[in-house]
Write a protein that binds this ligand. Structure first.
Ligand SMILES: [Zn+2]
Length: 294
């Protein structure tokens, strides 16, 4: 009897997950081209889910190279998606790769590998945290963000920079003036400091709503990416472009199924949703701290 009960639980969980997936998230995968984001890449994986081990990162880039993927800039990705609206259903191997938060570990480990594979990517920079510790995050292990020199040398090597706001706050909690300061302030700071146009934004924690999308547009961005995939998106929205997060738990077989959308990739996507929920812990802790200190 107990065995039957356990069996029933084990079989019903994937069925429920699949049903939720089909109802809320499957649609957006039919239309979107592959776009992925990493957070950090380092020699040791540790306990941080967003930190991809270097050995695994190398395998993933080799897999992309072996399978004839090309990497494209945010501007080209946007152009491609707008053109694709007239030619839906065409799966593209033109891949967008982003790095949220732009940690030093990415400059040290990931960028040289991408460069030698002939790939490019976009670094989403938190403009007030250049060269600083990630004190905006509540996790115990602290990492440094790229320095100005790191970013300059990445730009020289052909990498693009985008904005990840000024201070990585939950944009939904901000009033209109604070919101505009985070978005427009960051774009101006990056453009003034590095002398390159900044067209792409990535929402911290993937969190956005209609008001934030309008503010992003008014702040001069041409597009905005989100890790918090909109499930009900019927057509391409330049201010809610879904990106797939790659995490420490992803091995080459998960990675490839996430990229090609084959096999049980929907299980991984639903798991990633859980990761994103954990990341929202930072939002809760920070907002509590603000309430008690302010
Ligand atoms: Zn981030």
């Amino acid at each position: 009897m107990i065995l039957l009960y356990i069996l029933a639980v084990f079989t019903s969980v994937p069925v429920i997950i699949y049903a939720v997936w089909r109802k809320y998230y499957a649609k957006s995968y039919k239309t979107a081209s592959p776009a992925i984001v990493y957070h950090s890449v380092d020699t040791e994986s540790g306990l941080v889910p967003t930190q991809v081990p270097l050995t695994e990162f190398k395998k993933q880039i080799k897999w992309l190279s072996d399978n004839k993927f090309h990497t494209i800039s945010p501007d080209d990705f946007l152009r491609q998606e707008l053109e694709k609206q007239n030619n839906p259903g065409k799966y593209s191997r033109n891949l967008f790769i982003g790095f949220e938060d732009s940690y030093v570990s990415v400059a040290v480990h990931a960028l040289p590998i991408l460069k030698s594979a002939g790939f490019t990517s976009t670094l989403f920079v938190i403009s007030d945290y250049i060269g600083r510790k990630n004190n905006w995050d509540v996790r115990i292990t602290k990492d440094f963000h790229m320095t100005e020199d790191d970013i300059r040398s990445a730009i020289k090597d052909g990498f693009t920079i985008g904005s990840h706001t000024r201070t990585h706050r939950n944009l939904r909690s901000l009033n209109d003036i604070e919101l505009r300061d985070e978005l427009e302030g960051s774009r101006h700071a990056l453009e003034d400091r590095f002398g390159v146009p900044v067209h792409a934004l990535s929402y911290p924690f993937g969190r956005y709503d209609k008001r934030i999308q309008i503010s992003a547009k008014d702040s001069g961005y041409k597009m905005a990416f989100t890790i918090n995939r909109p499930g009900s998106q019927k057509e391409f929205d330049p201010y809610a472009i879904p990106v797939t997060g790659i995490y420490s738990i992803d091995k080459t077989h998960n990675f490839s199924s996430k990229l090609t959308r084959t096999g049980m990739y929907w299980m991984d996507i639903m798991r990633d949703k859980m990761f994103n929920r954990f990341a929202c812990g930072t939002i809760l802790v920070k907002s509590r701290k603000r309430k008690t200190t302010g």
